[in-house]
Design a protein around this ligand. Sequence first.
Ligand SMILES: N[C@@H](CCC(=O)N[C@@H](CS)C(=O)NCC(=O)O)C(=O)O
Length: 211
Amino acid sequence: MVVKVHGSPYASAPRRVLACLIEKDIEFEIVPVDLFKGEHKNPEFLNLQPFGVVPVVQDGDYTLYESRAIIRYYAEKYKSQGNDLLGKTVEERGLVEQWLEVEGQNYHPPIYNLVAQLVFFPKMGIPVDQKIIEESEEKLGKVLDVYEERLSKSKYLAGDFFSLADLTHLPFTHYLVTDVGKEFMIRDRKHVSAWWDDIANRPSWKKVLQL
Ligand SMILES: N[C@@H](CCC(=O)N[C@@H](CS)C(=O)NCC(=O)O)C(=O)O
């Protein structure tokens, strides 16, 4: 069964899902949803995703939204296919879940604010708020200091294996080092910098960027 991914391959949350599907060798097709035309607010799309955001996957009769839920689902469903992204033991799995939560709760809010203020808003003609930019940079810096400490002890966030915990960071960190112009936040931290080079060079992520 080919998985249908409703979304735009240039948008961050769909990219998270696509990277996971490629890591797991799962066949997929992209059903384009043009955010610029507002297609994600059309009634047909809202039937699939009542909050009107991408991505949504359809796998036969099964429909799922929320990118982090989707990657957990596929990593579990196809545990022994493609690259294992959940760890071998329950303790490893616990750490994968811990760092997935850290990404969602600690990393994502400030990095999202930076990307919104410095990339999305200028394109949309929305005025930027310098105070939000400064506060977000400070908050993200503190989170990255915790990552630096962690990554001085293990190659990846959950241990010495690449997992969903690392993969989930790809889309927005990509924005940070490319469009936002704050690559120094990664490069000033030796272990974070090496981790980023490692995960950003995975064939799955390179393929996502080409889609
Ligand atoms: N928590 C959701 C967030 C999805 C999300 O914000 N998607 C963005 C694209 S990356 C979107 O659809 N934005 C359009 C909008 O907010 O109107 C997920 O992870 O799936």
